[in-house]
Write a protein that binds this ligand. Structure first.
Ligand code: C5P
Length: 235
């Protein structure tokens, strides 16, 4: 498992402080709407200046007509990030168009598709998609796999079934992780790290449990230790 830390803080300075605290770990950093809208490309450059080995996931969840998504995907590829995502519900043509457009890049970022947001509960999801989260997430994952994407964003509870229906190497990135039973906030389908590991999650995403803690550095240390314990079977 590779921990992915959400840099969702209210200022660039606070994000940079957190990134500096993470500097010695082999982890991914997630830049989402808040930080990218506020600090843009220069934020990515600043992070790379702190540590060129930081892996960056640009979480902008593209959702538009296929050509617009492919144009945006190309711009993202030029930013030098390592992973980005689109919404699976944008459809197969959008998926194909994005992947085709990225073919010309010798090293392209990994592309994931969002299946069901972890903030949905079953009732809210049914209202929009008319299907259960499990079924729809699985269909979205199969569709993403068949169209050449590298993986999906899902909850830890769907990870195992998705890998079974696709391939073990098909990546699952799972937000809604609460390592020590922290407040779920707006997340509905939250999971602990040991469950994420059992379900084969490749990237557990953690935001608020780290940056809302009174001592984010210490919290991160505890989380990294927990991951090590889980992975070595000591938990
Ligand atoms: O603070 P928390 O740990 O809940 O952060 C989860 C992060 O993952 C947020 O940045 C959120 O935007 C993002 N995310 C999510 N659900 C998805 C995709 C991304 O919660 N399906």
């Amino acid at each position: 498992m590779k921990l992915c830390v959400a840099l969702d803080l209210p200022s660039i300075e606070a994000n940079i402080d957190l990134a500096k605290a993470l500097n010695s770990y082999d982890i991914w950093l997630k830049i989402g709407f808040r930080s990218f809208i506020r600090d843009g490309k220069s934020f990515i450059k600043l992070l790379k200046a702190i540590n060129p080995n930081f892996k960056i996931f640009l979480d902008l969840k593209l959702y538009d007509i296929p050509n617009t998504m492919a144009d945006a995907a190309e711009e993202i590829a030029r930013l030098g990030v390592d992973m980005f995502n689109i919404h699976a519900s944008a459809g197969e043509i959008a998926m194909c168009t994005v992947m085709e457009r990225l073919q010309k890049y010798e090293t392209r970022p990994l592309v994931l598709a969002v299946t069901a947001l972890t903030s949905f509960d079953e009732t809210g999801f049914q209202k929009i998609y008319g299907e259960s989260i499990d079924e729809r997430a699985l269909q979205f994952a199969k569709m993403s796999f068949e169209n050449g994407l590298d993986g999906v964003v899902c909850s830890a509870f769907e990870s195992r079934a998705i890998k079974k229906a696709t391939q073990d190497s098909f990546l699952t990135l799972c937000p809604g992780i609460r390592p020590f039973g922290e407040d779920a906030g707006d997340q509905q389908r939250v999971a602990a790290l040991d469950l994420a590991f059992k379900e084969g999650v490749d990237f557990p995403v953690i935001g608020r449990p780290i940056y809302k803690d009174s001592d984010p550095r210490q919290k991160l240390q505890q989380i990294m230790q927990q991951i090590q314990f889980i992975e070595t079977g000591r938990l």
